[in-house]
Ligand binder design. Structure first.
Ligand code: UT7
Length: 326
């Protein structure tokens, strides 16, 4: 049984930059508050004409280019997103067509910010089963289109972008050593988009009440995230007999700098072994870890043989980790 190996990465973020100074002009906030409480300085915003599959397509093309395989060699496409092009069909199907990946089965996974690691886990199961050999996994979000730009408690947090990886069976001891995926639906209402689904279909009232936008009880999510992620990362390393001192790089979900620091502190990991790019992109949900992974690869932060730990936490609630030997 061969485990999966990430053979290439790619990412894309829209050109438009929205800074904290820009937000100071539209809602009652300050650069100081946003920086201190979150670590975010700016975020990317997709153009009016850009949707999730457009961002995903750019990231996927870049991962394909770096892999040396062509789109028609892909046998599976998994897209992690909560801001897909349409309610149906899946964004993965739209992406399949845009890439010309006609031999791939394509489907979406909704696990919010944990979606990319959930998708890695699902992809790796297919690789281990031996049924698929060239899997594209994309994490993509157009959160700006679901953000209430009048709500200062959420609009300063989110951004748009996409990250992608190609996974193949590993021929040596490198690859995905383990994945851990978890959910707890009792906290569903802490972070959600209430309207637009079968529970609250679109109506004049839902529009008037701004129910199609992301609602978050941030402080409650924050407290659960810190505790859960601290346990998750220690458990994952213990299960794999990897001491934190052997970890070359932690690539955390980029939701809040204070959560990232707390997770690193629990592992006694100095911040130079933690990948952080939250200041540039904010929280891009399912795209966050995928973009960070691509940046870490491109900037030479990951070398062959390194132990790399990915982790994320998000709506659902969901949380997930993946330990990789590069
Ligand atoms: O990615 C998926 C999972 N999501 C997360 O992990 C996010 C988790 N939560 C967080 O990152 C943090 O809770 C936030 C950054 C969202 C908020 O930080 P906080 O330290 O938990 O602040 P808070 O919600 O307790 O609010 C503190 C104060 C409040 O004012 P009062 O009631 O103390 O007067 C807020 O109204 O800060 C106020 N506030 C703001 N002030 C200036 C909230 N948003 C803003 C803002 N600018 N943008």
């Amino acid at each position: 049984m061969k485990t999966g190996k990430i053979i290439s990465t790619g990412s894309y973020y829209p050109e438009k930059i929205l800074t904290n100074a820009d937000l100071e002009k539209t809602v009652e906030t300050t650069d100081e508050w946003i920086t201190e409480r979150t670590g975010i300085k700016e975020r990317r915003i997709s153009a009016e004409t850009q949707c999730a599959s457009d961002l995903a397509c750019e990231a996927a093309k870049s991962a394909l280019k770096n892999s040396g395989i062509s789109a028609d060699e892909l046998d599976m496409i998994i897209v992690a997103t909560v801001t897909g092009d349409m309610q149906l069909p899946s964004t993965a199907c739209v992406l399949q067509d845009k890439l010309g990946a006609s031999n791939a089965v394509a489907f979406d996974i909704n696990a919010a910010c944990s979606g990319f690691i959930f998708s890695l886990s699902v992809a790796n199961s297919f690789i281990k089963a031996g049924s698929h050999k060239n899997i594209l996994v994309v994490g993509v979000e157009c959160l700006s289109k679901f953000t209430d730009w009048e709500d200062r408690t959420t609009c300063v947090l989110f951004g748009d972008g996409a990250g992608a990886v190609i996974i193949q069976p590993s021929d040596d001891e490198s690859g995905i050593l383990s994945t851990d995926i978890h959910s707890d639906g009792k906290y569903a209402e802490l972070l959600c988009v209430p309207a637009g689904g079968s529970k609250m279909p679109p109506s004049e009232d839902t529009l008037k009440n701004r129910d199609h936008y992301i609602k978050m009880r941030g402080n409650e999510v924050f407290k659960i995230a810190v505790k859960t992620l601290e346990n998750l990362v220690t458990d994952t390393l213990k299960k794999n007999n990897v001491d934190p001192s052997q970890l070359s790089l932690l690539i955390p979900h980029q939701a809040n700098m204070r959560i990232i620091q707390a997770t690193a502190a629990r592992l006694n990991l100095p911040m130079d072994r933690v990948f952080v790019n939250i200041e540039k992109y904010g929280n891009t949900s399912a795209a966050s870890v995928a973009i960070a992974l691509d940046e870490a690869v491109r900037t030479g932060r990951i070398k062959r043989g390194d132990h790399v730990l990915l982790e994320a936490f998000g709506a659902g609630l969901t949380w997930a980790s993946a330990l990789i030997k590069w």
